[in-house]
Design a protein around this ligand. Sequence first.
Ligand SMILES: Nc1ncnc2c1ncn2[C@@H]1O[C@H](COP(=O)(O)OP(=O)(O)OP(=O)(O)O)[C@@H](O)[C@H]1O
Ligand SMILES: [Mg+2]
Length: 399
Amino acid sequence: MDESEQATNIFETGGIFANRELLRVGHVPELERVVGRDDEVSSIGQALGPATIGGPPETTIVYGKTGAGKSLVARCVAREAHTEAEANEVEFQHAYVDCSDYQTETKASREMGRQLVANLHADVEIPRVGIAAADYRDITWDLLDEHSVDSFVVILDEIDKLDDDELLRSLSRARESGKSETHIGAICISNKIEYRDRLNERLDSSLQDNELVFDPYDADQLREILANRTDAFEDGVLNTDVIPKVAALSAKEHGDARKAIDTLYEAGRLAEKDGTDTVTIDHVDDAVKRAEANRFEKLVSGTTPHVKYILRALALLTADNPEREAFRTHRVYTLYTKLAEREGAEPLSEDRVYRLLKEQSFLGVTESNHTGGGQGEGSYLEHRLLRDPEIIVEALDNS
Ligand SMILES: Nc1ncnc2c1ncn2[C@@H]1O[C@H](COP(=O)(O)OP(=O)(O)OP(=O)(O)O)[C@@H](O)[C@H]1O
Ligand SMILES: [Mg+2]
């Protein structure tokens, strides 16, 4: 063996993942890999059914919490509709517009047109700027007619991010207003259930009939979703208790499949970093802690150094006094003063710290409650940390 062969491969990827793509965001699995959404798949299938035989698709509005599979099911069913339409010799097209990337009427309309051009391999240049939303739509209607498209479905994902409803209105009226011969429909998706009232107020009642709500996944469904992706890992790498653990944790947090998949992926990455050949539930625990620390880090990164000293003081008190849950302002203040001085900062007044602590409860990591003292003591404020102090300290160290 010569020297170069002995040198360690700096690009070594470890023996954990066989196909990490299966666990990455944005991956749209085949319909067969979609678990526990049979009813939702058939409802959207029924809405798109007429379009696969050259008729009018029904517009559908989909609600549900984050990670409930809304985008996935809509995209999978639309893809399936293509295949079905092809078999029926019907010209079906669809466009997928994520309105969080295209938040204005103009940008979303342009994106719809751009995708249609790409899907039809049309020899048309869509101007980047300089024309109005309605012009982009006219380009789209013309394209549909020129290519004799029978049915066209636009998926408007995260539609609550869109600045107005004109695009949706024009989609539902393009045919009746004589702008296009094509049957046009939409699938509108939102994870903001509050958006429903706004949409209902503004839209024709005909659009309100097809409403679909995706319920959160339970632990069994999450387990199945994860089990369906174990081929992301090399054989025998995953300990058998890893998937049940991830599923149980995610079921507690509103059944978010995205979070479950992310946690599984992160656990794999941590095992890879450790250089071991098995993923264990310890890796899962670490992955969860790390995700929480990241979230918290983002939260505190925008706050002042004094807020950070205060949080650190409360976290240290919590860690050092496992028998206590909450601490009086004065106790937090005493430690805060030491921490601030250690960093060379001039401590704020006790009253200011008291008010900051009360305000910080918005970060969702502390809670302040009035507690009655003993006889004759009056009531005072106590502050409690709602998260694992270790995570808070780690996040503060990194922020
Ligand atoms: N039933 C399922 N079977 C397999 N994978 C799923 C299923 N549901 C969701 N997933 C996966 O979970 C992740 C989140 O799903 P999806 O993006 O569809 O959620 P969503 O409801 O659109 O959430 P958001 O409102 O945050 O956009 C995706 O990676 C998706 O592939
Ligand atoms: Mg989505």
